[in-house]
Design a protein around this ligand. Sequence first.
Ligand SMILES: *[C@@H]1O[C@H](CO)[C@@H](O)[C@H](O)[C@H]1NC(C)=O
Ligand SMILES: *[C@@H]1O[C@H](CO)[C@@H](O)[C@H](O)[C@H]1NC(C)=O
Ligand SMILES: *[C@@H]1O[C@H](CO)[C@@H](O)[C@H](O)[C@H]1NC(C)=O
Length: 188
Amino acid sequence: MEMAIFLSALLLGIYSVVTSPTPLSPRQVVCVKRDACTCDMSDGSGRVSLHSLARPEEPYELDSNSFRFLYSPCTAMKNVKQECQEDTSVCLEGREEDFGYNFGRASDPEFITDKNGNVTVKYTSEVGNKTRTAKVQLVCDPSVTERPLVMFKGMTETAMNWTFTTVCACPGARNPRPIRCDVQCDSN
Ligand SMILES: *[C@@H]1O[C@H](CO)[C@@H](O)[C@H](O)[C@H]1NC(C)=O
Ligand SMILES: *[C@@H]1O[C@H](CO)[C@@H](O)[C@H](O)[C@H]1NC(C)=O
Ligand SMILES: *[C@@H]1O[C@H](CO)[C@@H](O)[C@H](O)[C@H]1NC(C)=O
């Protein structure tokens, strides 16, 4: 009898060890998506929200000679060409020429947190039979309280990487002073 209880306790123990999910490392923090440009850090350190930086009428822009790389966090960009007219957060369009490639839908990005707690917003689009992705790494810099710094980190035919540096990428409560993310981005 005692043996039976012991065995079943043992089996129950093994069972629960086998079925418990792979434990996350205690320090692994993720930013849990709330909406297309907001997530909450799982360690309670605060919210990352780009809402005050949304400017769909005038997306953040990087120029090259004949292209414009455009980024519109939160909502789809406006006043753009071709594919980018539809639900687009990341676009490559011609400066003079009439082309626009949608590199990421605005409506359903994913939030990816690396082991250092750095958050990347990953946008995806499917146009025809092509899937394209754009990854925008959010870089917290409490000193960037005005226009965010946008940097291009490379591309292939179907993928693009950017960084977006702003105080609004800083989870609020982690900082000694509360972060105010109410940036006013003037035109130009
Ligand atoms: C994708 O579509 C293009 C034309 O629209 C076609 O030439 C190509 O073969 C297609 N690729 C695949 C993998 O289906
Ligand atoms: C994480 O972001 C910080 C800036 O917020 C940067 O200094 C650091 O290099 C990043 N780490 C990685 C692995 O990208
Ligand atoms: C984008 O960055 C990832 C690392 O996050 C890297 O593996 C990939 O090769 C980069 N792609 C491009 C097109 O630069």
